[in-house]
Write a protein that binds this ligand. Structure first.
Ligand SMILES: [Zn+2]
Length: 670
């Protein structure tokens, strides 16, 4: 097939002539010739500068590993089920658009495209699909211009001659209901919920949609993987023939698929100046400028060729073409930054290597954690601690509180330092959390003075209190108490997997008569508990390998042993895809990890943002924020509590003054 006809550059009339010519040629050649997806894309797909840094005619040869993946979706290929476990930014998303264009033009039929949520599918439509529908080219021509069909087209459906494309969110039963498709593409599958409402698992639901095409359907599951054992795309990929892209060493000819462990880089400087790939056979270095040849001559080799019904591709950014994805050198540089923090490293492994991240919660023991306790007493604010958040867990009979201190990252790209400043149970004999007395105690506790190392008073920046369970009314009343001088948000663990610490908007919000959310009204904020716990557990594990001064999470002296049992009371259950009580744990209380989770999450609340900025790439450190805090709170040093800065301030490390919080309670529980 002759590729790279510059069709999009022609006028409408010019294109009509070209198509007529092609049709005549095909008619002469006998029955209509069937193209592969790659052939179709090379002929009819045009990329605009909105979609790529290299606008112009699509050329599959520019990214050779995509050819076989695209062509697995071709009509002449008998494979029905394709799983792609991929790194991000390697062109697979554009290949999916090619598949849709191919069917719209070449074999019109019902198509389904699902993303984790409706919002994401709409974003995908605007960014990826609309350019193909609206820019000059074959698809716009067969649509006859979108305008004439506007009535039937909307955000979730596109009607084209001979077929229809449904788009939707994998979290909504509506996206599956009563829709039938011959081709179903499921994108970002790892972020789909385990269950869709009461309807069942998304994979089963999608399979139900293509049943009416038992011998001609195509099912594509595509995703960047997440946590090992919990990843839906990895689970699916493991059942396939597991193909990896093999390239031949230019020195010895040995074919191999590229593994992260064989990438070598300049060890002489902190920021490497070169990187190369070490052949697993001959040990010679393969330089990046060999890549075009390597990729052009590469082939997909299955690990389990005996499996012929399910095709699987694992795509790593190590095989990204020069200019279209990260270079080996930039991967090495990114890795050196990422490896300093388990949260960032997880993202690096998922998004660049296309591999799952192994949760290493089980590597830490409470005995080992207890050894990390420092010498400061509880409520002593160490130098460097520049902000405080609070996490509160609501039980039927008591409240549990963690005060969490925050300090500037040790490096601009590192995570902020954390200090557990206090861990406290609030109980009143013969009273439970339906009684105001317990809540009065909590208010008193939150108003206790906190004085830093330099004698300056500090306030709790914000807090998050658990509003699940039986006490949602009491929590609601408490956070709205006029006398409360700490900003408290009420929160709950999100039932869907949320890839961020805390939601951007609240649910159950107070509304005015017109139904508009009240700015100062009450609301419940979803917390991405799996995301947060995964970070905290990963961090606790990673800290174990570091000298005390470089650790991120610090513990005060005097924490009871069962605090650490409680902190480690949960493990990630890959089957349930959430954290559950550690099987066989003798200690059943999980408030230490729950309160820490809340105290950590609230720092990411859009109105709080402790030392953070939110960008399109996610949260990034705001070093100038930390600098300003340090200037206010720590310089010039006024000496360690020479003069209490607020009247009646509590001397450091001393018990709280007698107040509404009874002294008996102030003493540590044993
Ligand atoms: Zn070699």
């Amino acid at each position: 097939m002759q590729p790279a006809t510059d069709i999009a550059a022609l006028t409408d009339k010019g294109r009509a002539v070209v198509y007529a010519g092609l049709d005549r040629a095909q008619a002469k050649a006998g029955p209509r010739q069937r193209l592969t997806v790659s052939e179709w894309a090379d002929l009819h797909r045009w990329l605009t500068s909105k979609q790529t840094g290299e606008p112009g005619q699509w050329r599959t040869s520019r990214n050779p590993m995509l050819r076989e993946i695209q062509d697995a979706f071709s009509l002449n290929n008998a494979i029905r089920e394709i799983w792609v476990m991929k790194s991000s930014q390697v062109g697979v998303s554009e290949a999916c658009v090619n598949v849709l264009g191919y069917y719209m033009d070449h074999e019109p039929c019902p198509l389904i495209y699902l993303m984790p949520t409706l919002e994401e599918s709409q974003k995908w439509k605007a960014q990826k699909l609309n350019p193909m529908l609206q820019e000059p080219g074959r698809i716009r021509d067969i649509m006859g211009g979108l305008r004439s069909r506007d009535a039937a087209n909307n955000q979730t459906m596109i009607d084209f001659p001979g077929g229809i494309l449904f788009m939707g969110g994998g979290n909504s039963p509506n996206s599956y209901a009563q829709k039938t498709a011959r081709v179903a593409l499921i994108d970002d599958f790892d972020r789909f919920p385990g269950e869709v409402g009461d309807e069942g698992d998304p994979e089963g639901l999608v399979r139900g949609r293509v049943k009416t095409y038992p011998t001609t359907h195509k099912l594509g599951f595509i995703s960047t993987p997440t946590i090992k054992g919990a990843s839906l795309i990895e689970r699916g990929f493991d059942r396939t023939d597991r193909r990896r892209y093999h390239v031949a060493c230019p020195h010895c000819g040995h074919r191999q698929h590229l593994r992260w462990g064989n990438l070598k880089w300049d060890q002489a400087s902190a920021i490497p100046a070169w990187a190369e790939y070490e052949c697993e056979q001959c040990g010679h270095g393969i330089r990046e400028n060999h890549k075009p040849t390597l990729l052009r001559e590469g082939i997909w080799i299955p690990e389990r060729p005996e499996i012929i019904t399910r095709r699987g591709y694992q795509v790593t950014a190590l095989t990204a073409p020069i200019g279209l994805g990260p270079s080996w050198l930039s991967l090495a540089q990114d890795f050196l930054i990422a490896k300093q923090d388990p949260g960032t490293l997880k993202v690096f492994v998922n998004q660049n290597l296309g591999e799952t991240w192994e949760d290493n919660t089980n590597k830490v023991t409470s005995h080992e954690l207890a050894k990390r306790m420092g010498t400061d007493d509880m409520r002593v604010i160490p130098p460097g601690c520049l902000a405080i958040t609070v996490g509160i867990d609501t039980q039927d009979d008591w409240l549990a509180v963690t005060l969490l201190g925050w300090g500037a990252p040790l490096r601009p790209d590192g995570p902020p330092r954390l200090w557990i400043l206090d861990w406290y149970d609030i109980r009143v004999s013969n009273r439970n959390t339906t009684h105001p007395e317990l809540w009065d105690e909590l208010e008193t506790y939150l108003h206790l003075p906190l004085i830093n190392h330099y004698g300056r008073p500090m306030k709790i920046s914000a807090g998050l209190i658990d509003s699940r369970g039986h006490r949602s009314k009491e929590v609601r009343d408490f956070v709205q108490r006029p006398s409360l001088r700490v900003v408290l948000y009420s929160g709950q663990g999100a039932t869907n997997r949320m890839n961020r610490p805390i939601a951007q908007t609240a649910s159950d919000v107070d509304k005015n008569r017109k139904g508009k959310a009240l700015r100062s009204g009450y609301g419940v904020w979803n917390v991405g508990t799996e995301h947060v716990k995964s970070y905290l557990y990963g961090r606790l594990a990673a800290d174990g390998d570091l000298p005390p001064a470089e650790r991120i999470i610090h513990f005060p002296a005097g924490l009871p042993t069962d605090y650490f049992d409680g902190l480690l009371s949960e493990v990630y259950d890959p089957e349930k895809r959430r954290f559950v009580q550690k099987p066989g744990a003798k200690y059943k209380r999980n408030e230490p990890i729950d309160t820490l989770t809340y105290a950590w999450a609230v720092a990411h609340h859009k109105n709080v943002m402790i030392g953070l900025r939110h960008t399109r790439a996610g949260y990034v450190n705001d070093m100038s924020w930390w600098k300003r805090r340090a200037e206010t709170l720590e310089s010039p040093p006024v000496g360690r509590v020479a003069v209490p800065a607020v009247p009646g301030a509590m001397p450091l490390g001393q018990p709280a003054p007698e107040g509404r919080l009874s002294l008996a309670q102030w003493g540590r529980k044993t």
